[in-house]
Ligand binder design. Structure first.
Ligand code: ADE
Ligand code: ZN
Length: 341
């Protein structure tokens, strides 16, 4: 593969220590594993081969993706299934030199099918612990509420999850954005803040920049997931820069879901130039054609002007925007800075 970049910059980026702050564990389920789990569990699938399923991975928008994503998640039934899915992701992440992963999970996708909350959480939690023991990967989990469901449903989910309070560090908000503003979830996020949970929210992916304001003002989100529509409101861009609010940007996701037509239309380099704390993430790597390093690569190929200083800044942002302890961040940052010295 030829690249407009000097290979050494790409090599440095690929091998740099980095954090992944926006990845849905259900979005790491590769078609091969969908089929293997369907067979193991006797679940019938609408596609009759791995190739047919992979061929269906062409999306017009967020909802067309979510329909397939929820359908594939129906193969997950046992604690072992959740464990195996997560271990497969951690192995890929470690290969991309991820040192810290803050991973979303969507419990309502599973509890609505009768899978107990304990099954979901114990399977994921044991995988995170195994990845830490095996590869030294730092892992924490973020429970996401599905915004197309009601706030009462979110409260019920929180109640079911609280016996496992030590298994997750925060809560997020995902699923279909349009018509489901953050304001719908003000009360449940207030409860989560009172419990000491970190707060993040998807906002400004397909939805308007006003949803980003709501996520900041009503939910008190510490990070915005996606957030790329902020550029519709120059005051908001200035606010995000002033506050240093991180935006967890997902380049391949945004092109696959038609938020931007092509990678060269993406506004990540612009956001970086405005001083925003943006970084690169994979979102749903099994569906969007790549893990975190593939996202860095696609961005660098589309923007040859992203120089070593820019790439270094993106990688630094991934680490400083994480919820890992400062002392831990400092160790990763010094290794990163040494690689870019
Ligand atoms: N769930 C999984 N991926 C998502 C995305 N990109 N936006 C909203 N919900 C999601
Ligand atoms: Zn997402």
């Amino acid at each position: 593969m030829s690249s407009p970049h000097h290979p050494s910059l790409w090599q440095r980026v690929a091998q740099a220590p980095k954090a992944e702050l926006h990845v849905h564990i259900e979005g790491t389920l590769e078609p091969e594993m969908v089929f293997a789990l369907a067979q193991r569990n006797g679940v019938r699938l609408p596609h009759d081969s791995v190739e047919a399923l992979r061929a269906a991975y062409r999306f017009d928008d967020l909802q067309s993706f979510l329909d397939l994503y929820y359908a594939c998640a129906s193969v997950l039934l046992t604690e072992q299934d959740f464990h195996d899915m997560a271990m497969a992701y951690f192995e890929r992440a470690v290969a991309d030199h991820v040192v810290r992963a803050e991973v979303f999970f969507d419990p309502q996708t599973h509890t609505a099918r009768g899978v107990p909350m304990a099954t979901v959480i114990k399977g994921l939690q044991s995988a995170g612990q195994a990845a830490q023991a095996r590869w030294g990967l730092s892992v924490d989990w973020i429970l996401c509420f599905l915004r197309h469901l009601s706030e009462a449903d979110a409260f019920q989910t929180l109640a079911e999850a609280l016996p496992h309070r030590e298994a997750f560090i925060g809560v997020g908000l995902d699923s279909g954005e349009r018509g489901n503003p953050p304001s719908k979830f003000t009360q449940v996020f207030a409860r989560c803040r009172a419990l000491g949970l970190h707060i993040v929210a998807h906002a400004g992916e397909e939805g308007s920049s006003a949803y980003i304001d709501q996520a900041l003002d009503l939910l008190q989100a510490e990070r915005i997931d996606h957030g790329v529509r902020c550029t519709d409101d120059p005051d908001l861009v200035r606010r995000l820069a002033r506050q240093g609010t991180p935006l967890t940007v997902c380049p391949l996701s945004n092109t696959k879901l038609r938020v931007f037509d092509q990678m060269r239309d993406h506004n990540l380099p612009h956001l970086l130039s405005q001083g925003l704390c943006v970084m690169v993430n994979s979102d749903d790597p099994a569906y969007f054609g790549g893990y975190v390093n593939d996202n860095y690569r696609a961005l660098m190929d589309a923007f040859p002007d992203l120089d070593a200083a820019s790439m270094h800044q993106l990688l630094r942002n991934s680490l400083t925007a994480s919820f890992a302890p400062q002392s831990q961040q400092a160790e990763w940052l010094s290794a990163l800075d040494a690689a870019f010295a």
